[in-house]
Design a binder for this molecule. Sequence first.
Ligand SMILES: [Cu+2]
Length: 138
Amino acid sequence: MKACVTCLVLCLGLAGACRADAASPDETVYRASRAADGVQHVRIEGGAYFFKPRRVIVKSNVPVELTVSVGRSVIPHSLVIQAPEAGIVVDEDLSSEPKRIRFTPTAVGSYPFYCRNRLLFFESHREKGMEGVLDVVE
Ligand SMILES: [Cu+2]
C-alpha cells in the first residue's frame, strides 16, 4: 500500500512536471483572427515572470490591438516590442488596468516581446522568463 501511494505521488509529480514543460497549446499560443471591426484583438496577461500567451500569431497588414495587463503587484512591469522594420514599436509601462496598444504589422517575421524591467543588479525580468514571440504571418 505504501509503495502504491509513493508511486501515485511520483506519477502525479511527473505529470505535473510534463504539463509545466509543455503547457497546453491554448495557454501558450494565441492565433488572432480579424474581428467584425476589422481588428485583430489580442489579450496578454503578465506577471512575475511571464507573459500569457507566450506566442501570438497575427496576420500582416491587418490592425492589431493588444490589451495588456499585469496582476496587482508592487513589482513594475512593461511591454516592449522593437520591430520598426515591421511598423511595430511598443514601449509601455503596465499595470492591473488593461492598456490598449494598437499597431499594424507590415512585415512577416518573428519579433520578441518582453518586459524591460530589472531590479538593480539582478537578472532582468526578460531573463527570468518574461518574454514571448509575436509571429507576423502572411
Ligand atoms: Cu516585468
